[in-house]
Design a protein around this ligand. Sequence first.
Ligand SMILES: C[S@@+](CC[C@H](N)C(=O)[O-])C[C@H]1O[C@@H](n2cnc3c(N)ncnc32)[C@H](O)[C@@H]1O
Length: 288
Amino acid sequence: MAIEYSPSNSQSSSTIEDVRNFWHNNPLWTGESDLPLGSKEFFEEHRRVVIEDGTVGVLDPRIFPTAANRKSVLDLGCGPGFWLVELWERGCQKLTAADLTQPALELARRRCEIYGVIAEFKIQNAEAMTFKDGEFSHVNCQGVIHHSPNTLSCIQEIARVLEPGGSASISVYYKNFFLRNWSSLNWIGKIFFAIGSRLKGRGREQIFKTSDVNEIVRLYDGAQNPVGKAYSQKEFEEMLKPYFEIEHVFFHFFPARSLPFKIPRFLHRFLDQNLPFMIYVFLRKKNT
Ligand SMILES: C[S@@+](CC[C@H](N)C(=O)[O-])C[C@H]1O[C@@H](n2cnc3c(N)ncnc32)[C@H](O)[C@@H]1O
């Protein structure tokens, strides 16, 4: 039974302090944007790119909690606060923003001020949170736990802080066809690199030339990123099943912005569904 992804490089020995240091020095969207950090334009550009590359222009409604679970919502690993605004606009109340690092919380706080979102901000490690058992009706956790050394502990903690009947929406990197076959397909990456495909900033210029699949996943968030893991659907579901009923599984994300030319929407939509790099799950806490 394959549970934790075991990268062959030094990722497996990285600690939570390594993760904290990286995200402290490289908050999400810094390095990629040229706009002033924390400005309205910075957040608007970030939102545009997240929605365009993440889900091809429209956020998938399956990511969000239903009315019954909107009364006390935790955004875990909030980063610069994108999801806080989206959750607030969809009627979520008593929002708590949590992240491993202070710079992320400061950016999230700034974003909430700009968009009139009321939230509490807390430093937390998803692997060992200080929240009480059953404190939340919903946990939103997008693109976070694949960066934590012990992803399984994060899942157990998400279940612990949820009330009975609570829901969770989680996404992690998905081992898609490319990643599963990277050892024989990395020549395609080299062609992409030769024609000018790049991810801007954060030291990621060489990503398409990389032959090691673990390095591709790790490098996506920056050259110094200590931990980045990708999961197959089976691996991810096996980690979740002891704690959650799985209500929806769905896939998205093709980083079209890395291509040297703009692709038409229909092609982006096709790639988003047929070569997705993220797996999303919507979960209900099990009554145990
Ligand atoms: C890729 S960003 C995602 C941010 C946000 N969820 C989003 O989707 O825009 C990852 C965030 O997770 C945070 N993070 C990583 N490991 C964490 C952990 N163990 N506990 C809490 N936050 C963590 C990082 O500090 C960073 O802000």
